[in-house]
Design a binder for this molecule. Structure first.
Ligand SMILES: Nc1ncnc2c1ncn2[C@@H]1O[C@H](COP(=O)(O)OP(=O)(O)OP(=O)(O)O)[C@@H](O)[C@H]1O
Ligand SMILES: [Mg+2]
Length: 112
């Protein structure tokens, strides 16, 4: 299994959720987070503010998927989250050793 994590703009979350449901994702988690990327939270650098860092509100979205689904899931997230402006976010993938559905005790692929 893989954990696909995406940091996206808050106003894109609904579209991302629908895109993920469209490729068969059954569950996901979101959290309200704050961060900054290369522009340090500024869309333009202005005098005296070059070293100032502003945290901008973002949504972190986490979805556990089978390895075979990863490419499709990334494509769905990127297509739904992209505005073309700075700050559109990041998607990254990590390996997951074990997943258990608490109610049934099912594991791994059966627990997704
Ligand atoms: N290297 C990083 N490590 C952890 N989180 C990051 C990193 N880069 C970006 N993020 C998170 O993603 C959010 C969006 O980043 P952002 O899209 O601005 O990245 P960027 O590399 O500056 O790309 P762009 O030039 O398109 O703006 C940030 O607010 C932060 O929460
Ligand atoms: Mg940026």
């Amino acid at each position: 299994m893989k954990l696909v994590t995406a940091i996206v703009k808050p106003h894109r979350v609904e579209e991302v959720k629908e895109a993920l449901q469209g490729v068969g994702v059954q569950g996901l988690t979101i959290s309200e987070v704050r961060g900054f990327g290369r522009q340090r939270g500024h869309t333009e650098v202005y005098r005296g503010a070059e070293y100032q860092v502003e945290f901008v509100p973002k949504i972190r979205l986490e979805v556990l998927v089978a390895e075979a689904m990863v490419d499709e899931v990334i494509d769905a997230i990127v297509a739904a989250a992209r505005s073309g402006q700075v700050g559109d976010g990041k998607v990254f993938v990590t390996s997951v050793e074990r997943v258990v559905r608490i109610r049934t005790g099912e594991e791994d692929g059966e627990a997704l």
